[in-house]
Design a protein around this ligand. Structure first.
Ligand SMILES: NC(=O)c1ccc[n+]([C@@H]2O[C@H](COP(=O)([O-])OP(=O)(O)OC[C@H]3O[C@@H](n4cnc5c(N)ncnc54)[C@H](O)[C@@H]3O)[C@@H](O)[C@H]2O)c1
Ligand SMILES: O=C(O)[C@H](O)[C@H](O)COP(=O)(O)O
Length: 376
């Protein structure tokens, strides 16, 4: 059996070699020619899986080691009877870590205190819910807009309108990119919606580029005379980044919010498990073997000036989002690489999830658990 797999899937050979002959490819440039003799295709978000790629091939199973599925033509796969599996929730903790690291950066760099602010979340799926629950556990005033979830989970969360979410002082975006259905998200936050944003608000965009209209965002930024704090991980037209937007944002990262070591490994493992099930073969590699432990198991923390500072110190011991911003800006300034965005992703400096580490503090244990650190 021939397996074509994206070279950026961690542990791909270790997991899949006992199932077939694994060939690693650059997912961004994958061609029909490369795929046509294979049985199994394993991708990440940079490969468009559609008729153009698959027609006439013998692919029977497509796995995507990602949460998002906007790169997959699901209708085409189902028409052709090709089994599909993704990795729902694999990197939800990683994205939540990114959100809180981003807020901590804004506190340290600009004095933005966020714990007392009103928080609005777009999308209450695996990521949005994780982020929501962390804010809630921290005692924040948090609300969410998700028209597809609010009927089934109305008790659990504070569901409000889109306008209400956008008028919060911190807005975190976690909706998928969708072009059809009752509530398509492409360009859903454009000129009129951005009018809701007040001066000094924070926007964190770690869902998909294209949900927020970048030209409208730039216009709103200027209208507010720069009084907007922007943490951007995803971009319209990746792997390109609009340089006019890049120059305005506080944190710019190359779509790595989900790139914790454990989150990426979980993505590979979930697809591995799904493929074994499809092939009706036993999984030979257990979850525990496939997912790495963290590098720092515990930290003793002494007092900071305020909670925001204490949280920033502890989070940044594991992951400071500013390092990814610095790497990106450095490479764009140097401008010596053909595809800087993909290079940064491929050469990503590993980071562990907050939940791999226990942070000890004499009086704020509950706060540290709330933000995602291990409590055991
Ligand atoms: N930056 C990254 O590295 C990264 C990592 C993981 C996921 N993502 C993106 O974040 C998205 C969310 O991840 P998830 O795991 O929570 O996905 P999910 O599928 O579990 O949840 C998505 C949620 O968005 C809601 N939604 C759909 N349309 C909406 C709309 N118009 N308005 C508001 N909410 C809407 C859905 O009802 C659902 O609850 C993914 O689709 C993916 O594109 C990005
Ligand atoms: O949808 C996802 O899971 C994330 O966006 C994922 O982290 C993207 O990473 P990629 O597949 O592009 O490497």
């Amino acid at each position: 059996m021939k397996i074509i797999a994206d070279e950026n899937m961690p542990k791909v050979r270790a997991l899949f070699s006992h199932l077939g002959e694994v060939t690693l490819v650059n997912g961004r440039n994958l061609t029909h020619e490369q795929v046509k003799g294979a049985d199994i295709l394993l991708v990440r978000s940079v490969t468009k899986v559609n008729k153009a790629l698959l027609e006439g091939s013998q692919i029977r199973f497509v796995g995507s080691a990602t949460i998002g599925v906007d790169h997959i033509d699901l209708d085409y796969l189902s028409q052709k009877g090709i089994q599909f599996s993704s990795a729902p929730g694999c990197n939800a903790q990683a994205v939540a870590d990114y959100v809180f690291s981003g807020l901590s950066h804004l506190y340290l760099a600009k004095g933005v205190k966020w714990l007392d602010r009103k928080i609005g979340i777009l999308g209450y799926g695996n990521v949005g819910k994780t982020v929501y629950q962390r804010f809630k556990a921290l005692g924040c005033d948090v609300c969410v807009y998700d028209p597809l979830k609010q009927h089934e989970d109305n008790e659990a969360a504070n569901f409000v309108s889109l306008a209400d979410v956008l008028s919060c002082q911190v807005v975190s975006l976690h909706a998928p990119l969708t072009k059809a259905g009752e509530y398509p998200t492409v360009d859903m936050i454009s000129g009129a919606e951005l009018e809701q944003l007040a001066a000094d608000s924070v926007i964190i965009s770690a869902g998909r580029g294209g949900v927020i209209n970048e030209s409208a965002l730039i216009a709103r930024y200027h209208k507010l005379q720069g009084q907007l704090h922007l943490v951007m991980d995803v971009w319209d037209g990746e792997p390109s980044i609009n340089p006019s937007l890049l120059s305005l944002v506080d944190i710019a990262t190359p779509h790595i919010a989900g790139y914790s070591k454990q989150g990426r490994e979980k993505g590979s493992w979930m697809v591995y498990q799904a493929l074994c099930e499809f092939l009706q073969l036993p999984t030979k590699i257990a979850y525990k073997e496939a997912i790495s432990a963290g590098n720092i198991s515990s930290i003793q923390l002494f007092d900071g000036v305020c909670k925001e500072e204490m949280l920033a110190r502890s989070m940044h011991a594991l992951y400071d989002v500013a390092r990814d911003d610095a790497r990106l800006r450095y490479q764009y300034r140097q401008n010596t690489k053909e595809n800087i965005f993909d290079w940064l992703r491929k050469n990503y400096v590993e980071r562990d999830e907050f939940n791999t580490c226990q942070v000890k503090h004499h009086s704020e244990q509950a706060t540290l658990t709330a933000v995602g650190f291990n409590q055991s």
